[in-house]
Design a binder for this molecule. Sequence first.
Ligand code: ATP
Ligand code: MG
Length: 569
Amino acid sequence: MNIDRNDAPALTSFIRNIIDEDNRAGKWSQRVETRFPPEPNGYLHIGHAKSICLNFGIARDYGGVCHLRLDDTNPEKESVEYVESIIDGVKWLGFDWTKDGREYLFYASDYYDKLYEFAELLIERGQAYVDSQTADEMRLTRGSAQEAGKKSPFRDRSPEANLDLFRRMKAGEFKEGEHVLRAKIDMASPNFNLRDPVIYRIRFAHHYRTGDTWCVYPMYDYSHCISDALENITHSLATLEFEDHRPLYDWFLNQLTEDGKFTRPLPRQIEFSRLNLTYTITSKRKLLQLVNENHVEGWDDPRMPTIVGVRRRGFTPESIRLMCDRVAVTKVDSWIDMSVLEGALRDDLDEKAPRAIAVLDPLKLIVDNYPEGTSETCSAPVHPHYPERGAREFPFSRELWIEREDFQEVPKKGYFRLFPGNKVRLKYGFVVECTGADKDEQGNVTAVHCNYFLDSRSGTEGANAYKVKGTIHWVSAKGAYEAEVRLYERLFKEPQPGAGGVEFLNDLNLASKRVVRAYLEPAARAALREDRIQFERHGYFVADRIDSQPGEPVFNRIVSLRDNWGKRH
Ligand code: ATP
Ligand code: MG
């Protein structure tokens, strides 16, 4: 299947309509500048991928640019490690932030001086004041949906007094929590965000970029809109929970514009729905908990919905972009089924991935009438639909590995694979007739026996004379590559982990990882890190990018095949 990226505009239409309208009206002289503003306090996850594809995709389609902005105004939680992983993740997804040779990589912390200067300006204009109430007092006087908040007793301090206190806050003369700077807006507003929001607080914390230069740090609502305006962002796309913050976004920018700091038009915030994916979680806090409490093996555990996790699992950047294109960007939060991501991976890899044979649950098949100590070469196409990609070769010999489920001593109704007296085709090899099985003392089957038909070799004329109902895959025991293969299932048992107030950890699927020793056709040994292969019948696999060694790849199952191979054959 072709990856059709043309459905993307339709699915993001409401945002594109706004941009088109702005362009028609000449609002920005056709300029489109977006930004992706992650906070470097954790690893990017699949939800961020939606925001990345949206912001960078719109910039690309309108000939604009999307800024990558590290929104780093919470010193305690941020680090260079996170910054680096964010930069890597966006690049890996296939996007970049350069235009006409200029790099649009920014840090909110670069604006600390400006943000501080603007705060002093708001104070001088009587639009901000230092509040000396405790956090508890502020909470108790916020009011409720029915009731207006109470004005702080410090609300009417003079600009001079406020300026003095704010400068002393900056100079480190006060303890954390002793004072905050608040915008003076409207304690009776039905929108809580306008009830004199805090814009600066004292934190004696080391910032990974500005070190100990600052002990006052700006709040998100204040720094975000100003960062957008300083960077000349035209359309600022935010998730829906910021809808109620938009009046505040506009308020700050309007005040500063009246004072000549910015010119109109001002960046416009537009909200869209978050991406929630079933059977997983996209809360940074909960992801951190999974890592810290060792429920997974790190941020890049192949079961994690982080970008590093899905990458290690084997998902391609194309598949993630395809999923994001297929998910409508709307105004209503919704849950996207994990199958959308899995389907996108299959659609991406179906054409690209070379085929190989793997036996994941091995059982010996002995071809009793095949001469001992000899072998011959069989071949199969690298890709069944692209003969030009050539053939792969592997040996056929007396002892083979087959899947344990491909033999039943007493066949169930409708079972066409191996059972005593039945004939099946060994794919790309010969037709064999099952003669029986060996068992151990407990009655477990230890080996299956068969005879082969010399004139039934696939691709020869004689082959057509054999009509069999079952085809199974196999690997010659001699020459097989015995590999570690990791079979992953969904990390959570429930589509919406933690729904209905249950502890989300209770919904963990404890059987989400299974490691097997498998036998693969010899050529699989040459797979390099991040090479992706379809193991016929089993699904798409990747050579693990960390644990694989040259000549000794370890494989992760990315997804199984949609079709039930057993039924098809
Ligand atoms: P935090 O709780 O730390 O604020 P966050 O999920 O908002 O977490 P940010 O790093 O602030 O993380 O997010 C960066 C950008 O990605 C924001 O614009 C945010 O709206 C967007 N984003 C985050 N999660 C999702 C999601 N699940 N779906 C779509 N966009 C998302
Ligand atoms: Mg956020």
